[in-house]
Design a protein around this ligand. Sequence first.
Ligand SMILES: [Zn+2]
Length: 363
Amino acid sequence: MSARPAGPPRPAPQARPAAQYAGRVSNPSPVSPVQAAALAAGALPPVEEVRPGIWTLAVPFRGGVPDATLVYVVDGDDGALAVIDPGWSDGGELDVLTEGLRQIGRTVEDVTLIAVTHLHADHLGAAAALRRRSGAPIAMHPAEVHALEHARADAEQNERDARTWGVPDDRLDGVLAAWGSGRQLGQGTVEAPFADLLLGDGDRLPIPGRDLRVLWTPGHTGGHVCFVDEPDGLLFTGDHVLPRINSGIGLGGRTESNPLRDSLDALTALEPFADFEVCPGHEYRFRDVVTRARTLAAHRDERTRHVAAALDALDHPTVFEVASRVPFSGGIESMSGYLLASALSQTVFHADLLGRAGELRRA
Ligand SMILES: [Zn+2]
């Protein structure tokens, strides 16, 4: 797909490939009726002021409005202007971002900080172009920088792993293409140095007059971060917690730790922010992040129970055989490519969480 700015209204987004949805739960209601209406209509939501001096705008990802990324713009004292997750850029164009900034009386050249929640191209993709135009530093967690630097080696190891999962022959090529060497993280969208500022847990973003604290929330990727704006009661969650989509885990660089364990801990880490307004990377702003985080954690626990039951019932099964007994929405029989690879990879994480990865037969 090619990138396409906001065009004519598109059909309302249909259910995504089922594995990405938590399913069977009620989703939090939107804070912003404008964003919810735009999402329902398949249109990009307009620029909206969230708090005085803090705006959101949407940038389409590979032309797909349902996949639009919510970009946040935060102004500070002395002309400071931070962009959180500049979104996707195809070939370095910044048209949508430029138009959004124009509507708030600013320009791309005014940007003084580019803060990125994680390395995926729909968040980081426009960062290099924005840095070139503005001179602003890119700020990211060091685990994301490590993942970008080691993307090739990680992809090769992923490919070796995926070949042991017992994927049926007719679907193996698709899995390898999406999960192995063909896998795209943020590479190709940002050139070295990938980051100019490294963000650790508890750090403050350098925005004079603002207080945005880094909260390290690994799981979706190893260096995913959220930003906590205590004075304004805002929590910028990237893809850690979205209102309707279960954004998946272990989708960044390879990590020593189990991304499932990490994600469960990082969901618990949101407990202090029950009263905050959530500014996610996609869909719409919402409240009650604690309920949403608990729903996601419960969903993951349920998956773990299914994996345990499959391991009990089968004698040294392959990863694919276990996953066939886990009720991924739609079932893995209907999945291919990236979704299938992600479901199988998650199955391994669940088995590992149970301390039972050794029972899996590597094909
Ligand atoms: Zn995303």
